[in-house]
Write a protein of this length. Structure first.
Length: 347
């Protein structure tokens, strides 16, 4: 039986316009699909376009961010054809919800949590009574492992981890089809991170959401949270596949370098020597017309800097953006692995 597609994005391009009227193409022809019951992880270093993509997927643009082209379809509705007020009223919170970076600061310090939730719900359903809202919030919080007395507290009375979980619970109070979580575990201690991750996993299990996009710069974290992973670099997708494929068998040199530069506790990867990716990403005010990773890639060829590089699909949903054939890349990586083994044995 075919899966229901919750979110489909076709060739989405968005840009920032600076105060000097310069165009910064932070999301460049991005396409993706998220099916019901599945979660997609988006990884990449700071400045690659992850958070801009998250904002763009909401279909609600504020300067300096501007929509350029492409389609965003949520549960069959093309929101890029809708008016901003209709998106705010009919889509945001009910069809798609967003947990921003530093979400713990999203709560109003002058309001109790329940008052904040009332504002959120009544913006979509002004006829809901205070009792109905309280009963809904209490039930939702208890199912997600949050004590009901949190509803009567001010944000200052909550710990950082509790505030983060409160914002997450509030974001899904209207059962959106798609939840976008932008670095939801950053700035938290390890214990709080674990609780937040467990809570996000429970959201689909308990039916609060139907699908999720989880954004982070940590590929290994995505392996434990998401079903599929998409790696971004300089505003473009450079690799996508299942979490197992991208973490343990990356094809694109950038994805390979990203994995090699992270301390990974997973068995089979923790013994691998760390490696840094040289250089810096290109300036997106004037990105390269060809491969955007060419200046930092140790496998670069002359043709890499000559023409744009499309995504190459190699079976299923697996794809990577590189001119080198899959077999050649695998042979290169295998040779490097053998060389490392020889050096480690010589020590």
């Amino acid at each position: 039986m075919s899966k229901v597609v919750m979110l489909e994005v076709k060739g989405l391009t968005t840009k920032y316009i600076t105060r000097f009227q310069e165009d910064v193409y932070a999301v460049d022809h991005v396409s993706l699909t998220v099916e019901e019951g599945r979660s997609l992880g988006i990884a990449g270093e700071s400045g690659c376009g992850k958070s801009t993509l998250a904002l763009s997927l909401m279909g609600y643009y504020f300067p300096p961010l501007h929509y350029m082209s492409g389609e965003i379809i949520i549960d069959g509705r093309t929101i890029t054809e809708m008016e901003p007020d209709d998106i705010r009223r009919e889509i945001l919170g009910t069809e798609i919800a967003y947990i921003p970076q530093a979400a713990m600061n999203a709560l109003n310090p002058t309001q109790k949590v329940i008052d904040f939730i009332e504002d959120v719900i009544q913006a979509h359903d002004p006829y809901k009574t205070k009792k109905e809202i309280y009963d809904l919030a209490r039930k939702s919080f208890e199912v997600l492992g949050l004590p009901a007395d949190v509803l009567q507290k001010y944000p200052v009375e909550l710990s950082g981890g509790m505030k983060q979980r409160t914002v997450i619970a509030t974001s899904v109070i209207l059962s959106p089809k798609v939840l976008i979580a932008d670095e939801p575990s950053s700035a938290l201690d390890v214990t709080s991170q674990k609780m937040v991750i467990k809570m996000l996993k429970n959201l689909m299990e308990y039916g609060f959401i139907k699908s999720m996009i989880f954004i982070t710069h940590e590929l290994p974290l995505l392996y434990n949270v998401t079903d599929d992973i998409m790696v971004m670099y300089a505003g473009q997708i450079v690799e996508k596949g299942t979490a197992q494929e991208v973490v343990f068998d990356p094809l694109h040199p950038y994805a390979k370098g990203l994995m090699g530069s992270i301390i990974v506790p997973e068995k089979g990867l923790r013994e691998v020597e760390l490696a840094a990716i040289p250089g810096v990403p290109p300036n997106l005010k004037n990105p390269p017309a060809a491969c955007r990773f060419a200046e930092r890639c140790k496998y670069v060829r002359a043709e890499c800097e000559a023409n744009p590089v499309p995504l190459h699909y190699v079976g299923g949903g697996r794809a990577y953006r590189c001119i080198l054939p899959e077999k050649e890349l695998r042979d290169i990586y295998a040779k490097e692995a053998r060389t490392r083994e020889v050096h480690e044995h010589a020590r």
